[in-house]
Ligand binder design. Structure first.
Ligand SMILES: NC(=O)C1=CN([C@@H]2O[C@H](COP(=O)(O)OP(=O)(O)OC[C@H]3O[C@@H](n4cnc5c(N)ncnc54)[C@H](OP(=O)(O)O)[C@@H]3O)[C@@H](O)[C@H]2O)C=CC1
Ligand SMILES: O=C(O)[C@@H]1CCC=N1
Length: 269
């Protein structure tokens, strides 16, 4: 790719995306720019990835063709005010913040600006992200394609309507955390039954990975795949009955709903 990419904010999501981009070799580290208020964090990122670092957000805004605002949502307006004058006609601003709409970003600029809104997730770091993307009307088809190429380089990416961004946050942006809780709990159960902890994490994580792959690759309904595991009068149906009794599915449904509502509320502020 000819373009440069910049990240303002060197936190969890920037690290995951930079890791994914460099692993996929879609851009060399010299074309990746990164700013953050703390030098130690920047130096650690330079050491790990070899990217270009600076304490100055404006410098990243000047050097990036594609500029990812990877700060917390409440800092968006402050950072945009700071870098506003550095944004060129060709700059593509990438908004990855939960609850921050395209319109709210457009309103901060007194000029036309290209905005891409994305909800990625941290498995970007291992090339297995799910990223949901939408754009404003200033972004051309070719530019959308370039942005999609970046997000495809570290996982799956899909264009969705902006009105689905809050629920995309609930079901994929936030959900790695729910899955880690599940893996941790599976492993705790195994430890309780006498398995060494490291082995328990491996068995639990591989079972989750394999099951997810089955859903994606077999294209079967998850209920059918579940039925294939549940032998009549066997072990699994006992565990499934226990999960149902304790509102497992209902709790997960409510968790997705809660995250979605929170994203909507954040967008109203
Ligand atoms: N984490 C996730 O799984 C996902 C996050 N997102 C979105 O990504 C964005 C970033 O989240 P995440 O990476 O988790 O957050 P982090 O807190 O991990 O990272 C934010 C970074 O921004 C830095 N920062 C703070 N103030 C400034 C500033 N004025 N200028 C430049 N950098 C600054 C922080 O620096 P320091 O800590 O050194 O003060 C920190 O390194 C959020 O908007 C979030 O909604 C979207 C999808 C998934
Ligand atoms: O918790 C958050 O608000 C961010 C957005 C999705 C994942 N992390």
């Amino acid at each position: 790719m000819e373009k440069t990419i910049g990240f303002i904010g060197a936190g969890n999501m920037a690290k995951a995306m930079i890791g994914g981009i460099l692993q996929a070799k879609i851009l060399p580290p010299e074309k990746v720019f990164l700013s953050n208020p703390h030098k130690e964090k920047l130096e650690a990122m330079k050491k790990e990835f070899g990217v270009q670092i600076t304490l100055d957000n404006k410098e990243v805004a000047q050097r990036a063709d594609i500029l990812v605002l990877s700060v917390k949502p409440y800092l968006y307006s402050k950072v945009i005010q700071e870098i506003k004058d550095e944004i060129q006609q060709y700059t593509i601003l990438v908004n990855i913040a939960a609850g921050v709409s395209i319109e709210s970003i457009e309103q901060t600029f007194a000029k036309k600006v290209k905005v891409v809104r994305v909800m990625p997730n941290t498995p970007a770091q291992v090339g297995e992200a799910m990223s949901c993307v939408c754009v404003n009307k200033e972004v051309t088809k070719e530019e959308l394609q370039e942005v999609m190429d970046i997000f495809h380089s570290f996982g799956e990416a899909e264009v969705i309507d902006e009105n689905l961004m809050d629920v995309a946050t609930g079901v994929s942006g936030s959900s790695p955390a729910y899955v880690y809780l599940f893996i941790e709990a599976l492993a705790d159960g195994a430890v309780l039954e006498g398995m060494p902890r490291e082995k328990a994490y491996k068995l639990a994580a591989q079972a989750v990975l394999g099951s997810a792959k089955m859903v994606l690759e077999s294209k079967e309904h998850p209920a059918k795949l579940k039925d294939q595991v549940c032998s009549s009068g066997g072990t699994t149906i006992e565990a499934v009955a226990c999960l149902e009794k304790n509102y497992f599915r209902s709790t997960v449904i409510q968790a997705v709903q809660t995250a979605t509502q929170k994203s909507k509320e954040m967008g109203k502020k």
